[in-house]
Design a protein around this ligand. Structure first.
Ligand SMILES: *[C@@H]1O[C@H](CO)[C@@H](O)[C@H](O)[C@H]1NC(C)=O
Ligand SMILES: *[C@@H]1O[C@H](CO)[C@@H](O)[C@H](O)[C@H]1NC(C)=O
Ligand SMILES: *[C@@H]1O[C@H](CO)[C@@H](O)[C@H](O)[C@H]1NC(C)=O
Ligand SMILES: *[C@@H]1O[C@H](CO)[C@@H](O)[C@H](O)[C@H]1NC(C)=O
Ligand SMILES: *[C@@H]1O[C@H](CO)[C@@H](O)[C@H](O)[C@H]1NC(C)=O
Ligand SMILES: *[C@@H]1O[C@H](CO)[C@@H](O)[C@H](O)[C@H]1NC(C)=O
Length: 213
């Protein structure tokens, strides 16, 4: 069998060589840039309204504001944020989508940026019995479990090279425990508990699938 040059040996070699070169260049690229994922944290939040009347017209009235802190821990990778959207959910049901209006910005190396989000309005929501129970339970505790998902449109800069804008396939999930603030007559706000800064889940934002060119 091993009788020297089978007609296809050379093409197998070429293919194999190409794969090795590709893997090596990927490894070198990785070693040069050492890309690390961005870190998203909800550093401050205030919830002033979260009303749902299951015997009324099934409308959720909500009003909250968030400070979302984005940290780029990279030494050699920068990120352009073209769009950040917040998708808010209670009991896995989405009640709001807000596109943050801050203009597109560039986040350089080792930098931290705070983005504010005002999420307010009303939404018709058909809660099941168990969702209403959850709402009632959390209402009496004064703290609501609200999940904010962040959808991004970003591009990365590796040295002089920029990728295209892309939307990371996965959304970043921030699972918040938001205490409802009550305004007293004299104007001071109080709540049953304090909001604790919450790290959002990690997803691949800057090493996302790259569709060529
Ligand atoms: C967010 O940050 C701003 C200042 O940048 C501050 O005025 C505000 O109180 C913070 N908190 C919330 C919940 O928006
Ligand atoms: C809910 O809506 C119903 C019908 O509109 C009303 O009778 C009831 O008082 C409302 N409950 C609350 C807590 O607002
Ligand atoms: C639902 O009811 C509230 C009062 O309970 C009212 O303010 C609101 O406009 C109603 N929404 C709709 C969509 O009918
Ligand atoms: C939401 O809350 C903010 C700050 O407390 C307030 O300025 C705004 O008027 C509220 N919006 C609604 C629709 O109640
Ligand atoms: C880092 O962020 C600060 C404020 O957040 C900004 O003033 C500065 O220009 C940024 N630096 C780079 C290199 O982007
Ligand atoms: C406002 O009222 C609350 C009780 O409702 C009280 O604890 C607080 O000290 C008051 N604040 C001021 C500035 O009077």
């Amino acid at each position: 069998m091993a009788r020297g040059c089978h007609p296809c040996t050379s093409c197998v070699c070429t293919l194999y060589g190409a794969m090795v070169i590709f893997a090596l260049s990927f490894l070198i690229f990785w070693l040069i840039f050492l890309p690390q994922e961005l870190k998203f944290t909800v550093t401050d939040a205030s919830l002033t309204r979260f009303d749902y009347n299951s015997t009324g017209n099934n409308t959720l009235f909500y009003n909250m504001s968030l400070n979302i802190t984005i940290r780029n821990p990279n030494k050699k990778v920068g990120v352009y944020f073209n769009r950040i959207q917040t998708l808010s959910h209670f009991a896995k049901k989405r009640f709001s989508m807000v596109t943050l209006t801050s203009p597109p910005f560039y986040q350089g190396h080792k930098n931290t940026t705070v983005v504010g989000a005002a999420i307010e309005g009303q939404q018709l929501l058909l809660f099941k019995k168990k969702d209403v129970d959850k709402y009632d339970r959390e209402t009496s505790a004064g703290i609501y479990s609200i999940e904010i998902k962040l959808a991004l449109r970003v591009k990365a800069r590796y040295g002089k090279f920029k990728t295209r804008y892309y939307k990371p396939a996965e959304k970043i999930s921030c699972k918040l425990k938001l205490p409802l603030l009550h305004k007293s007559i004299n104007g001071t706000a109080s709540s049953a508990a304090q909001f604790h800064p919450t790290r959002c889940g990690n997803v691949y934002v800057i090493i996302a699938k790259y569709d060529g060119a």
